[in-house]
Structures are given as C-alpha cells and as structure tokens.
Design a protein around this ligand. Structure first.
Ligand code: MN
Length: 372
C-alpha cells in the first residue's frame, strides 16, 4: 500500500489522480488532500477518501479531519510521512510547496511546470527526485529508459498546436475566452489550456525539459503534431529515435508517475493506429505564436528570465480570462515585461520569491491596471 498526498485535489490533475485511487483501492491510500479553499467538491473528496489530513490555503477548519492551513500548514504538510506527493497545483502557487518538499527530500510527482521552471536555477540539481506528470516529459522520461545520458543526441517535444493552429493571425484579436478554453485534444485546467492556445505552454515545456533532464537547449526540438498521439521522442547517437505513443489522456502520465516502475491498467481507451490512419508533423509558426519563441529565448538567457516569463504570462493570462485584454495582447504584455525586467541570477529560494514579487509589481506598473 502506497500513501499519497494530492495537492490541488479539486483541480484537473487532482480529480484525475483520485480516479486512479478509486480504481486501485488495494494499492493506494490518500493521506492528505490539499486545495486552495474549502468547497463542496473537497468535502465530498474527504468523505470518500477519508484522508488523515486536509490542507487549505484559507478558510474555516473542516470538521472531522485534521486541517492544516496557510503558510504554516504548508510547512507542516511538507514534513508529513507520505510515500508520494502529487503536485497538481496550477501556476505560481505551486512553487513554495515544491520547494519545501524537495528541501525535505520527499518523493514528488509534479504537473506544476511553473515551479520546475522558476526553481530551476536554484534547485535544478535536485530534480532527479522529481517525477514528471506533464505528458511530454513523462514520454521523454520513458524514452530515456532506452539509452544512457551520454548517448542522447536530441529530444523532441510534440505540440498539438491548440485550437487556433489554422486560424489566420488577423483573427487572433477576436478570439473569445470560451474559444480559447476549448482545446481540441486535451482536457486540462484553465491556465494551461490558454497557454496551450498561445503555444506558451510548449515554450514552458522546453524550459521544463531543460531543467528536468539537464539537456542543452540546442538539443531540444518542438514539432507540431495535431493528432497528439506521439508525446515525445529521444534521438540517440546511433540514429535510433525512441517515441512514446498513447491516446491523449492525462490519466496515463499521472498513473505512471504513481505506479513507476510498475504499470497499472488505467482503463483508458486503447490506441488504434489504423483508425487514426496518419500522423502528421510540421514546424511551429513562430510568427503566429511568438510566445514560443520568447519562451525559448528566456530559457537560453537563463538567470532570472524563466521566472520573469512565468510571472508575466500568469498575469497576462489572468487578464485575458477576465476579458480585460485580447488574446493577441497576451504576447505583447509578456514581451514588454521581459524587455523591461532586470534582475540578478537567483541563488536562493528567497531570490526566486523576490524576483516573482518584483516582476508582479513591474507588470502592474507598466500596464497601470489594478490587481483584481
Ligand atoms: Mn504538456
């Protein structure tokens, strides 16, 4: 029996993780559920999975279960004796728990790419303890089992291209929130769905891959693959390319992060290649999706740039979701902040948090809009 903690339990990754627990009651026991605030979904999850602890960022204690709260609660949480912590928190909120769990040598499976990116310069050397849930990185992890580190020539991340792959650029300004949230292949949370529509998500994933697998940027490729069947590929020095294929369903990478080195039945539909018929691959259009290019440049520049990028994108996406800016302004806002921001290379966790706060201030200063 493996004990697990589910951080972000009411979100997309969290609820799918609990589906896996439901399917494997003899193998998994939920010891902690964590969410930003109390909600009916959380109450239902507590009733069903009977965790010993619940963590909420804010709100009233929850009856019948030991409730950890706020920042102190996060410190307590990160010291609990639990076999595997699953981080399904969306965005920048995932950074502190990731830091604390790594510092306490906990086993961590994470879907939170923002934390991997922002902590990369400071904690990258500890990333061998992180198991990736992001589907492309889970794919690369599996392809990497076929060879040794020094035999890798390059890795390739695939991108579905999102809902606007074939939409002419002049129509980007009219894209609605609803259209942007309607991803053709993957069912995901709101932030990552918007990032997928701008291709920022793939840019983040390049940086994530760089830090997770310690691979130089010049050896990380991105190809558009609208069918979303091949999730990642590793090319070795003998010319072999090992690819990972599966139906686009997050349950597979989540399940593998929990079951590794074993594999469990996820119950997802099986791949039928003759039904799919053909798989296509082509170069990304960097003019139409400038955030992919900006993200790669920020990754290569390193230092504080991956953090600046993360914060600028998080706030721009928030403004778009609140219908305060248009879809094609997201990249303009990000670009402007990346241009103006100047920070030293972060050396400690405190430096990372400082850069985050200062970039937030800079963002609101440039765009003169109020928080909330
Ligand atoms: Mn992904």
């Amino acid at each position: 029996m493996k004990t697990i903690a589910v951080l972000g339990s009411t979100g997309s990754i969290g609820t799918q993780t609990l589906d896996i627990v439901r399917k494997n009651p003899e193998k998994l026991k939920v010891k902690l559920l964590a969410a930003s605030k109390p909600s009916q979904i959380l109450i239902n999850q507590i009733e069903e999975f009977k965790p010993e602890y619940v963590y909420i960022a804010e709100g009233e204690d929850i009856k019948g279960v030991k409730t950890l709260k706020g920042k102190d609660g996060l410190y307590e949480l990160s010291e609990l004796d639990i076999d595997l912590f699953i981080n399904g928190i969306a965005g920048i909120d995932g950074i502190l728990p990731t830091y604390l769990l790594l510092k306490n040598d906990k086993k961590l499976a994470t879907a939170n790419k923002e934390a991997i990116i922002c902590l990369g310069e400071v904690l990258g050397n500890q990333y061998s303890d992180i198991f990736p849930i992001d589907s492309e990185h889970s794919a690369i992890f599996q392809c990497l089992l076929s060879g040794r580190k020094e035999e890798i020539e390059k890795i390739t991340l695939t991108a579905s291209g999102g809902p606007f792959l074939n939409l002419p650029q002049e129509k980007f300004k009219d894209i609605t929130v609803e259209q942007a949230l309607n991803h053709p292949r993957w069912k995901m949370g709101r932030k990552v769905t918007i990032d997928s529509a701008t291709l920022m998500n793939k840019g983040f994933e390049v940086i994530e891959a760089h830090y997770l697998f310690n691979i130089p940027y010049e050896n990380i490729d991105v190809v558009i693959h609208p069918e979303s069947i091949v999730h990642g590929m590793v090319q070795y020095i003998d010319g072999s390319v090992i690819a990972h294929l599966s139906p686009p369903d997050m349950k597979i990478p989540i399940s593998y992060a929990i079951s590794y080195p074993d594999r469990w039945d996820t119950g997802v539909n099986r791949l039928n290649l003759t039904d799919i018929g053909k798989l296509t691959f082509f170069e990304p259009d960097y003019k139409k999706f400038p955030l992919l290019k900006i993200a790669k440049e920020c990754g290569i520049k390193g230092n504080a740039y991956p953090i600046i990028l993360t914060v600028a994108d998080e706030l721009s996406v928030k403004l778009f979701l609140e219908e305060k800016i248009t879809f094609d302004q997201i990249h303009e806002y990000v670009e402007k902040v990346v241009e103006k921001a100047q920070f030293n290379k972060p050396k400690t966790f405190q430096d990372v948090m400082f850069i985050i706060q200062e970039t937030e201030k800079l963002f609101w200063n440039i765009f003169k809009c109020k928080k909330n």
